[in-house]
Design a protein around this ligand. Structure first.
Ligand code: THU
Length: 147
């Protein structure tokens, strides 16, 4: 039973599904932080890392890669998603984005469209110093463009 409560106390309860989510959330966070170390961000100073989990239990990571011709720079989550898609991954279950920014690094507009296309049902985790927030793409990109 997926949502059975497996531990309770007066303050909170955790379901099995939540426990599973916490497990891969933590792993994705660690992988995203590792990936962030490879960021190439001499122009903005914003270092971003991303890690995603496919339904086949594979993790792909990415970092932002800037170019002196700034418009050619790539975002971390886009790199991770395109790595997964080019590797034949069919279904992206969750994606984590971390950065060295003070606040949260939300996916840019262009990445939201990429997420909508290739990670439609994914849980989108955005990590900051105050914790990790979770979103669905419908919240971040309402009325998405689709064919
Ligand atoms: N960046 C990402 O990697 N992901 C986003 O969703 C937002 C922006 C990067 C791109 C650029 O290298 C730097 O952050 C600042 O614009």
């Amino acid at each position: 039973m997926r949502n059975r409560i497996i531990s309770t106390c007066s303050k909170f309860s955790v379901t099995e599904k939540e426990m599973e989510t916490y497990r891969y959330m933590e792993r994705l966070y660690r992988e995203a932080v590792k990936a962030m170390k490879n960021a190439i961000a001499p122009y903005s100073g914003f270092r971003v890392g991303a890690a995603l989990l496919t339904t086949e239990h594979t993790i792909y990571t990415g970092c932002n890669i800037e170019n002196p011709s700034l418009m050619l720079s790539e975002c971390a989550e886009k790199v991770a998603i395109l790595k997964a898609v080019s590797d034949g991954a069919k279904d992206i279950r969750a994606i984590m984005i971390v950065s060295n920014m003070e606040g949260y690094c939300y996916p840019c507009g262009s990445c939201r469209q990429i997420i909508y296309e290739f990670a439609t049902d994914a849980e989108i985790f955005v990590a900051g110093k105050k914790g990790i927030k979770k979103y669905a793409i419908e919240e971040l990109l309402p009325h998405a463009f689709k064919k």
